[in-house]
Design a protein around this ligand. Structure first.
Ligand SMILES: [Zn+2]
Length: 154
């Protein structure tokens, strides 16, 4: 350790957001309401949160691909899912980093990073990092089950 001043760097993934790609799937609010159940609409389109330990995929270990329930885009894979015991399905990485968009979220008096589907800009959940989970990325993509649809591997 040299103790050199300035050696401390603050890494903040939200300080310089990437420009967001335009959604590929664009529907009106009425069209989304017709396509989704009221529960799905409340989380995907109004950025709600399902209650912990209630989602159908919280502890699922089935091998397969998790798609966006709103538009069908591939978002996560079962081999990136881990048991976080937080009450929601947790992934340490998206299937493809371009599959999701990260957006700063300062609602509810908290500084969080929102995760959205890159294809339709629906809300999926939040990502947290540096919590010490023994995963390759030390990130926890905390995703609502209701935003996902598991397509089991053949
Ligand atoms: Zn989507």
């Amino acid at each position: 350790m040299t103790g050199a001043p300035g050696a401390v760097s603050v890494v903040c993934m939200t300080s310089a957001p990437r420009s967001e790609p335009a959604p590929k799937v664009v529907l009106s609010e009425d069209e989304w309401r017709a396509k989704l159940t009221p529960e799905e609409f409340a989380v995907l389109r109004l950025a709600g949160t399902e209650r912990p330990y209630t989602g159908e995929y919280t502890d699922t270990e089935t091998e397969g691909v998790y798609e966006c329930r709103a538009c069908g885009a591939e978002l996560f894979r079962s081999d990136e899912k881990f048991h976080s015991h937080c009450g929601w399905p947790s992934f340490f990485d998206p299937a493809d980093s371009d599959a999701v968009i990260l957006r700063e979220d300062n609602s509810l008096g908290m500084r969080r990073v929102e995760v959205l589907c890159a294809s339709c800009h629906s809300h999926l959940g939040h990502v947290f990092e540096g919590e010490g989970y023994p995963t390759p990325t030390d990130k926890r993509y905390c995703i609502n089950s209701i935003c996902l649809r598991l397509v089991p591997k053949e």
